[in-house]
Ligand binder design. Sequence first.
Ligand SMILES: Cc1cc2nc3c(=O)[nH]c(=O)nc-3n(C[C@H](O)[C@H](O)[C@H](O)COP(=O)(O)OP(=O)(O)OC[C@H]3O[C@@H](n4cnc5c(N)ncnc54)[C@H](O)[C@@H]3O)c2cc1C
Length: 457
Amino acid sequence: MTRGFDAIIIGAGQAGPALAGRLTAAGRKIALIERHLVGGTCVNTGCKPTKTLVASAYAAHLARRGADYGVVTNGVAIDMPKVAARARRIILDSRASNEEWLAGMEGLTFLRGHARFEGPHRIRVGDDLLEAPHIFLNVGGRASVPDMPGIGEVDYLTNSNIIPLETVPEHLVVVGGSYIGLEFGQMYRRFGARVTIVEMGPRLIGREDPDVSDAIRAILEGEGIEIRTSACCIRLAKHEQGVAVGVDCTEGAPEVIGSHVLLAVGRRPNTDDLGLERAGVETDAKGYIKVDDRLATNVEGIWALGDCNGRGAFTHTAWNDYEIVAANLLDGADRRLSQRIPGYALYIDPPLGRVGMTEAQARATGRPLLLSTRPMTKVGRAVEKDETQGLMKLVADAQTQRILGAAILGTGGDEAIHGILDMMNADQPLSTLQWAVPIHPTVSELIPTLVGDLRPA
Ligand SMILES: Cc1cc2nc3c(=O)[nH]c(=O)nc-3n(C[C@H](O)[C@H](O)[C@H](O)COP(=O)(O)OP(=O)(O)OC[C@H]3O[C@@H](n4cnc5c(N)ncnc54)[C@H](O)[C@@H]3O)c2cc1C
């Protein structure tokens, strides 16, 4: 028997449950389908547990640096089962509160199982057949496992199975020098592992400007992390000590022998087993669902939100997708994806807060630019905390006097960047940012100075 709904939502990650909340509150009859864990990647294997582990790693780092602050410690030991238990508690609490929220949602039918299209408006979940005029896809993504030589012969870790580890690997080889790889790499180094990061590109986090990328490399190497860039033909093989990772770099040994290997080489969308072809929903070459500026797919009545549309890769972008769709459907608004100013953070320590364009992206526009940079050694708050690694950087349009982008790599950078992000959202000129009176002593208080130091670039 086919069951009819006003709307079907596939995936209980970051956008799905919130959308279900708005739609049911508006009196709609909704089915929400989840095949695995409520809360999706962020809650179970992404942001929340990793930031919990990063906090433990920071505590270990600070404890080791105790003497720098006049604090005497008698050595530092890592209780890894307790570290893992902290992350597990955060996951379970968050998942339980999401489940409770869904259970109390009047008008919602929550189904567990794998959903697949049988037609443009018909979904199968096990023996259930559901129909609705509106379908919202929030299926997220998973770790990409590239078809590299030897992949089938070795045990490897991904973000999902490294989180519950209760032992510290002797030597963790991280394949992938981007956001996820760097967070795990530094964290495990601080837990006491030897860590090698292997990256195919010529530098770490190749999307960032070279000065930012180089500063991050220096921070990680300063903690004893080995970094092998320009590693071509990465291959894996079993080794008596664990795993041999072939790297063929232009410099250094052609193989890194580790006890464990973590694959952090990107994400892929969960769209390959969704039956999209039966609905006629188009994807791009990488499997991301194509959407327009309002998140609609090419098929009338079907939208795609969150990581699966390839237009954002963060919890806040998935959430913003929900806000756009809900406002347009329920509030008569005309909100669009193109109105979103991209911001994100890399949670190594010190963190990198980013908004808008990089300097390289700004230069590529051909506009007349203003540029300003400041090392964190010249930020009082960083000096007082004895955490002076990193830099802040601002790029602006000389003609319009609008900020184009910024990076704050330094203590508190993930928070301080919001002063700039908010100003960009408010579409304010540089003078508004310069005339603000920030609180002393903070990292943010140097932002007006950074504006004052802008020079033609
Ligand atoms: C290690 C790591 C750290 C991260 N850290 C951060 C961070 O600090 N900040 C940040 O903003 N972002 C971070 N992210 C990214 C963030 O987790 C994702 O961007 C976010 O979870 C995307 O949400 P989503 O709703 O699009 O998808 P997801 O959260 O992945 O949810 C999708 C849901 O759909 C379900 N599903 C899939 N297919 C089907 C199907 N056919 N039928 C039924 N259910 C299905 C899945 O089981 C899943 O529960 C991190 C990611 C990783 C991997």
